[in-house]
Design a binder for this molecule. Structure first.
Ligand code: CS2
Length: 463
């Protein structure tokens, strides 16, 4: 692979925790663009839990192929990463976080990686937080790493770095910032006050459909470029990054690379998380029960695609109004993106971590519908489908990727699964479970799916 021209002058300005496919296809794409004008924003890839991707990047000196698979196909060698730190290299990570040249720390560690409780605050009982409170100089969680890095800067008189959470989470920056302050307060109240005053955690919305890397992609890259790239990434042509306008350094460079800065990210974030990700999870669970493998396959299923479109227009969009965004047009673009035949986005991948995803993707929408007196019949179907999905995978002995796996399997195997699932306070807020109507609709959907199948259930919902 031919390195981009900026590699010769590249210095490190960003530390990123969790350099998985989405980070390398999305954030690194924007940084790759800005590096052509300012080489001081190289990315240090940090993965302290698993060596995999970091070793892959190290072996290729940070170079990998970004394949854009859409109406047109393109390939680009990304060279934005110039440091690679894996398990056991915590001392080097700590030194890097204290380096004044590092102005942004970003993360894609998935929703569960932030050790938050169901209400979005720091979960002090989380094993990683318990560990880190006992040994704050040897952290395992991203929350503690950021507190450690900021603490070192305070002691050294170095300005704070800005932290960019790049995971799908409502008010992602505010939640991470509060968790870091709450953690710091437990070990040094003065540090917590300094972080509150000096450090910035802008909220962000990130979007680009990025399927997991597989051998099919490696073969495509080899065919197209002749490169034996072990860690290529692929995404659709659409990409969007909206950042709250409070970044201390780098905003001008990122804006020049195509990032949108907004005074308030909430409208963008809610629209994306509830329309795109809510539809994704609906397709994942209902589509998997029907037997589809990818988003494209599920969208070729006309009754299912029609159900999702109506769910968006009749149940999700009303809960987002008023909005500065033309939500129907936005939704239409998303459904068109889902129909991209070049992207093999596996429903099984989207189905991971449902206990962490459902609250912001479908349950917040359901609470809004209940508060407005609107029907929740349609919204109950993907939730009941998720319950059936868990029970089917448990019965078939298939892997269930979810931090609450054991609780979910126990609920699925109980005498009354619907009641057992709805009693999981980590997932279902009281607003929903205290509402008799919601339980009735979920049970009705559960029974319809169980007795007549998911196809009948979605037909029933549209009757
Ligand atoms: C998907 C998201 O895997 C999933 O849960 O819904 O990764 C989705 O592809 C992205 O949020 C799109 O921006």
């Amino acid at each position: 692979m031919t390195p981009p021209a900026y590699r010769a002058r590249l210095t490190t300005g960003i530390v990123h925790f969790g350099p998985g496919a989405f980070h390398r296809a999305h954030q690194a794409h924007y940084v790759d663009r800005l590096l052509e004008h300012d080489p001081r924003w190289g990315i240090a890839a940090v993965s302290l839990r698993s060596a995999g991707t970091v070793e892959g990047l190290r072996r290729q000196d940070g170079l990998y192929t970004l394949a854009v698979l859409d109406a047109e196909t393109s390939y680009r060698t990304i060279g934005a990463h110039n440091r690679f730190l894996g398990p056991g290299e915590g001392a080097a990570v700590r030194q890097l976080l204290g380096d004044p040249a590092i102005r942004i720390v970003s993360s894609t560690v998935t929703e569960k990686g932030y050790c938050l409780a169901g209400d979005g605050t720091l979960d002090r009982s989380h094993p990683d937080i318990v560990h880190d409170l006992a040994t704050p100089d040897d952290p395992v969680s991203i929350v503690s790493w950021i507190a450690l890095g900021l603490g070192d800067r305070r002691r050294a008189g170095t300005p704070a770095f800005s932290t960019l959470c790049c995971d799908n989470m409502v008010a992602n920056g505010s939640k991470l910032g509060r968790a870091v302050e709450d953690f710091a307060r437990e070990i040094d109240p003065d540090l917590a006050r300094w972080i509150e005053g000096e450090a910035r955690f802008p909220n962000t919305m990130v979007d680009s459909i990025t399927p997991a890397t597989d051998d099919r992609l490696r073969a495509m890259v080899r065919e197209a470029s002749g490169s034996d790239d072990a860690i290529p990434v692929a995404r659709e042509a659409f990409t969007q990054w909206v950042i709250e306008d409070s970044l201390q350094q780098g905003a001008e460079q990122l804006r020049g690379a195509g990032v949108t800065f907004a005074g308030d990210v909430a409208a963008w974030e809610k629209a994306k998380l509830r329309i795109l990700n809510g539809a994704h999870s609906t397709l994942a669970y209902v589509g998997s029960l029907i037997g589809h493998a990818t988003v494209y396959d599920a969208m070729c299923d006309a009754p299912l695609a029609s159900f999702v479109e109506r769910l968006i227009n009749d149940d999700i969009i009303p809960g987002l109004q008023p909005s500065p965004i033309d939500l129907r047009a936005y939704a239409g673009e998303i459904l068109q993106r889902f129909r991209n035949p070049a992207i093999e986005h596996k429903l099984s991948q989207i189905a991971w971590d449902g206990s962490q995803k459902l609250p912001y993707r479908l349950l917040d929408t359901t609470a809004a519908a209940l508060n407005s007196g609107r029907s929740v019949k349609g919204l109950a179907i993907p939730v009941a489908a998720w319950m059936h999905f868990i029970r089917r995978r448990a019965d078939e002995g298939q892997e269930i990727v979810d931090p609450l796996r054991d609780l979910l399997v126990a609920a699925a195997r109980s005498e009354d699964p619907v009641t057992a699932f709805l009693s999981l306070r980590q997932i279902f807020p009281a607003r929903l479970t205290d509402d008799a109507l919601y339980a009735v609709e979920v049970r009705s959907a559960w029974n319809a799916i169980g007795q007549r199948g998911p196809e009948a259930a979605i037909a029933l919902a549209q009757a």
